[in-house]
Design a protein around this ligand. Structure first.
Ligand code: NAP
Ligand code: GFB
Length: 317
């Protein structure tokens, strides 16, 4: 007789977001019943709703992506919201993962939460060695508490809660809002409008800050690898290499070139540059996974621009 093998359940919180949608593209290769949820399915800032969701889905694995997310300017101007919402979401998700005996929960931090005054390249051991950059300290402290919260559960109850630390992410299904978005989606939207109206393509700040950008499809593969094969409970940075670090000006030129609009770039230095750099090492990742081929930024940005234009009417902007 065939042995009926029950498929395990995987809950992806933040499943309607950019990273969640990148994981959704790969779900045929995930041997689980996958549930990709957004805030309309369950408001994770509400414990009773969260508990109801967990009792309905009974997840065996959780990839916890849900968060109140935004770029530099959203973080600078909404500190109470960034702190409170993320503390509530993270507390409720971890509490329910424990109460419903989830086998493994993979949580998401960010390289922007590391100390501002630090030596480079940043590695996983440095997270609590000093205050974060003041531009996004609210979000940073909420995320740092998520890592400590995972550690407390693991030490107290032998749970398997592990944190991944992505660098700046970009890709399709991003939030392209001109005020609240991260830099790449913001500039993709801005250059589109500038070309349409034949106006200058204005980049905020000096363009001098440096960033490492990871394509959301690549990050999705790495998160699934952490969920299935990374055995440690220690946090791990998921980033492109230090050599892939680019300036905001270089990114703006890549975007403008794809729109064939590079003659019209301007920098508005009235706006803050935020953190100058946060160069992170992906040494631990490469030691654990072996080699990994990251999507070149020109290719990833091209695909993101194509998606944005094709989905202009319905995307988040
Ligand atoms: P995103 O596109 O903004 O998606 C956020 C997700 O969280 C959405 O699915 C959203 O659902 C959900 N969410 C927000 N508030 C919620 C609530 N109260 N209850 C339930 N769900 C809620 O974010 P992302 O860029 O994919 O980021 C995914 C993770 O990576 C986050 O933890 C973020 O902190 C982290 N991260 C992002 C970056 C980056 O550059 N984007 C860099 C490093 C780390 P709805 O859309 O339905 O509201
Ligand atoms: O992605 P971003 O907003 O966040 O990048 P951070 C900000 C950098 O891009 C600054 C420049 O140097 C800005 O001056 N920039 C230029 C722009 N034009 C624009 C624009 O139109 N929009 C935006 N947003 N920036 C974030 C944290 O820091 O890192 C978040 O605040 C998050 O919490 C993210 O974790 C990964 O990289 O500066």
């Amino acid at each position: 007789m065939f042995q009926f093998i029950m498929k395990l359940n995987m809950l992806i919180t933040g499943g309607t977001g950019m990273v969640g949608q990148s994981i959704k593209k790969m779900q045929e290769n995930i041997p689980f019943n996958c549930y990709f949820l957004g805030s309309k399915d369950c408001d994770l800032t509400n414990y009773e709703e969260t508990k109801k969701l967990f009792s309905k889905i009974k997840p065996d694995y959780v990839i916890h992506l849900a968060a109140c997310v935004g770029g530099l300017y959203k973080n600078m101007n909404n500190k109470v919201e960034m702190f409170e919402k993320n503390i509530l979401i993270n507390t409720h998700v971890l509490k329910c993962c424990y109460e419903f005996n989830v086998k493994k929960c993979v949580c998401c931090l960010s390289t922007c939460i590391f100390p501002d005054k630090i030596t480079y390249p940043i590695d996983e051991t440095m997270l609590h060695n000093g205050p974060p950059h003041d531009s996004n300290d609210a979000y940073a402290y909420a995320k740092r508490m998520l890592e400590k919260h995972c550690e407390f559960y693991n030490n107290n109850f032998n749970t398997n809660f592990v944190c991944v630390i992505p660098t700046n992410i970009y890709g399709t299904h991003d939030n392209y809002n001109l005020e609240d978005s991260h830099v790449i989606p913001g500039l993709i939207h801005k250059c589109y409008l500038a070309k349409l109206s034949k106006e200058k393509f204005v980049v905020k700040g000096t363009g001098k800050p440096l960033r490492q950008f990871i394509y959301s499809n690549d990050l999705a593969k790495l998160i699934l690898w952490v969920a299935s094969s990374y055995k440690s409970k220690e946090s791990i940075i998921l980033s492109v290499g230090e050599k892939e670090e680019v300036s905001i000006k270089e990114v703006a030129i890549i975007i403008a070139k794809i729109y064939d609009y590079e003659e019209n770039i301007e920098f508005d230095t009235k706006f803050s540059d935020g953190q100058y750099k946060k160069t992170a090492s992906n040494k631990k990742l490469i030691e654990n996974i072996g080699e990994f081929e990251f999507t070149p930024i020109q290719v990833g940005v091209q695909e993101s621009i194509q998606w944005f234009i094709s989905n202009y009417n319905n995307c988040r902007k």
